[in-house]
Each structure stands twice: as structure tokens, then as C-alpha cells.
Design a binder for this molecule. Structure first.
Ligand code: 3EB
Length: 328
């Protein structure tokens, strides 16, 4: 039973309605809403504005009751073999983005190491002004330095799947949240791409610490932020249509690698869009390649390399294994 039965869906219900359910592990609101009563530790506001008219919430649920709590910068929820952990730190209080990144990872990893769901599966990182700064002073590169130090301090060398995106929300906010489980996942790489942790020096002093995807306990696939990167190089600069096509080709290569079927109704995708005016072109590209039933939301956010205009992450729950699914 443990380590299976996670579900992720975009849902139109209100946050209180979703949080009323005892099997709700996490609820994500997108954008900078002023409505906020975010007192439940399972409820997180992501500072990326939705670009769709209908802006649903993302809801994670599990096969069992969820307990939750918080402690200063960290909040958590756990149930049925899964754990959600979120950390928010302020750069000014930490002394800059690099120190904030190390601090966030130290807080997160210390908590996770002491919990029954101690295996990191998937991490999202949202920081402001991600492309500000030149050369090795670029804030994304500084973030990578701090993340790598935090991971190394805990002896973590097998990286989870991840996303790192630039937000335009509260200045100095670094938000990091993770999905963990009692059982380890299996990291997967993309045959079309150089593994991120092996990127050559030209992309920064510390290669990014993430796997291209993670096969979760139970068999679902959690896919990292995927862009128009082939080998280690960005392709199709200034061509958003071609970048979207290439990103989808990379996603399909990962599905093939994992021997999973095509994206369908149980494969929610999140699409990060640098320039809101590209949203329609990106929607059209997705329509060319994806079944209309694939749930997708577009969010305004910056990709970690300046020339990249679109990035996609998501899940494939299309062929979960495990007796527990067949029994229920
Ligand atoms: C790339 O392929 C695009 O630093 O955690 C994608 C997913 C990217 C995760 C991260 C960065 C990260 O390199 C950028």
C-alpha cells in the first residue's frame, strides 16, 4: 500500500473545499492573489500568474489520511507513504540568493531526513529575477551553487527530478517545495539530452543538481522542467514555436525511455511561459502534439537560460503498477 496511490489533478473547487478532504496532501494556488487565508500547511501560493482564463488549483491527494504541521519557514503534510514539504526563505535575511538557496535546502533536507518519507522524489524551486546578473554572477547560477552545497552537506548524490523557474512576485522570496516518499524512486535521464549534472563549465561553476525525471514508487513518472535543450545546448533561439515543439519532443523521449504510454487525461502538465504574448503560439504547439484530454496550465515565469522561452513539467500517471490500485 505504501508509496502508491498518489494523484495529481487540476481542479476548479475552492481551496477550502479541497482542504476539507482528509486525503488532500497539498493544494497550490497560482498567482499573486490578495484573497489569502493560507493558514493550512497543505496550502501553498505559487507566485506565477496563470495565463489561462480558467485558473484551476493543483491538488495532490493520497490513499489515506493526511497529517500536517508547520515550523517557521517550513510546512509539511504526510500520509499513505507520501510527504509534501515546502520552505520559503527571504534572501535579505539569509544574505543573498546563494546563501538563501543553501539555507532552504538545509531546512528541507534536515526535515526530510528525519521523517519516514525520507526519499526525495521531486522538487520545485521558484526565485525572483532568475536571469539577473552576468556570467557566473547570474542569479540562477548562484542558486545552483547554494543548492549543490545544501545537497552535498547531506551526502545526496542521486538527485531528484526538479524545476527551477523565475517568478515576478515578492522580491527576495525563494520558494522550494518537494514531494517525498517512504520508498526510493528511480531517476531517469533523457537520451536526447546531456544529464544536467554533467553540463560543461560554460553554463556555470556548479552544474544543476537534478534528474530529468523520477519514476515514483508505484510507477508514475514525475517529469522535470523540460525545454528546447538538445545535448547541453539551447536550440531555436527567438523561435517560440520551434522551442515548444522541441520541448514536447524531449517529453516524448522521456516517456519512451520509461516505456509509458502517451500523455492523456491522467498526465497533468505545467507550462512555464517567459513572455505572456507567446501563450497562444505555445497553446497551438501543444495542440499539434498532445491529446486534447491532457490537462495543461500555462503560467507566467522565466526560464533559467535567457534564450529559453518555454519550459514544461508534469506527470504521467497513465500506467501505475501495484496491486493496491487494482484492489480499489
Ligand atoms: C535545462 O534543461 C533547463 O535547475 O532545477 C530544467 C529543470 C532546468 C530543472 C533546475 C533547470 C532545472 O537545463 C533548465
Amino acid at each position: 500500500m505504501r508509496g502508491s496511490g498518489l494523484r495529481v489533478a487540476y481542479r476548479g473547487e475552492s481551496a477550502p473545499t479541497l482542504l476539507e478532504r482528509s486525503d488532500t496532501l497539498a493544494v497550490f494556488d497560482f498567482g499573486t492573489g490578495a484573497d489569502d487565508d493560507i493558514s493550512d500547511p497543505r496550502h501553498l501560493r505559487i507566485p506565477l500568474p496563470p495565463l489561462d482564463v480558467e485558473a484551476p488549483r493543483e491538488c495532490w491527494s493520497v490513499d489515506g489520511n493526511v497529517t500536517h504541521g508547520c515550523a517557521e519557514a517550513l510546512r509539511w503534510a504526510a500520509g499513505a507513504g507520501w510527504r509534501f514539504v515546502a520552505v520559503e526563505v527571504d534572501e535579505a535575511e539569509c544574505g543573498g540568493i546563494e546563501a538563501a538557496s543553501e539555507r532552504a535546502y538545509t531546512l528541507l533536507l534536515t526535515h526530510v531526513a528525519a521523517s519516514p518519507e525520507r526519499h526525495l522524489q521531486r522538487i520545485w524551486n521558484y526565485l525572483g529575477a532568475i536571469n539577473a546578473g552576468e556570467g557566473d554572477g547570474e542569479r540562477y547560477r548562484l542558486f545552483c551553487n547554494g543548492r549543490a552545497r545544501g545537497l552535498a552537506a547531506r551526502g545526496i548524490t542521486a538527485y531528484p527530478a526538479a524545476t527551477a523557474i523565475g517568478h515576478h512576485g515578492r522580491r527576495g522570496l525563494l520558494q522550494v517545495y518537494a514531494l517525498c516518499a517512504t520508498e526510493p524512486g528511480k531517476a531517469l535521464e533523457n537520451p536526447r539530452q546531456v544529464s544536467a549534472w554533467k553540463y560543461p563549465r560554460q553554463y556555470g561553476p556548479t552544474a544543476p543538481s537534478f534528474a530529468r525525471a523520477m519514476q515514483l514508487p508505484g510507477g508514475a513518472l514525475a517529469i522535470s522542467g523540460t525545454a528546447a535543450v538538445i545535448g547541453h545546448a539551447s536550440h531555436h533561439a527567438d523561435d517560440v514555436d520551434a522551442q515548444a515543439d522541441e520541448a514536447v519532443a524531449n517529453l516524448h523521449a522521456l516517456l519512451e525511455r520509461a516505456a509509458l504510454p502517451a500523455f492523456a487525461a491522467s498526465s497533468p502538465l505545467k507550462v512555464y511561459v517567459r513572455r505572456p504574448q507567446d501563450a497562444d503560439a505555445i497553446r497551438a504547439a501543444l495542440a499539434r502534439h498532445l491529446d486534447p484530454a491532457v490537462p495543461r496550465i500555462l503560467l507566467h515565469g522565466d526560464i533559467c537560460r535567457r534564450e529559453l522561452l518555454v519550459e514544461i513539467d508534469g506527470w504521467q500517471f497513465g500506467r501505475e503498477s501495484g496491486m493496491e490500485n487494482r484492489e480499489s
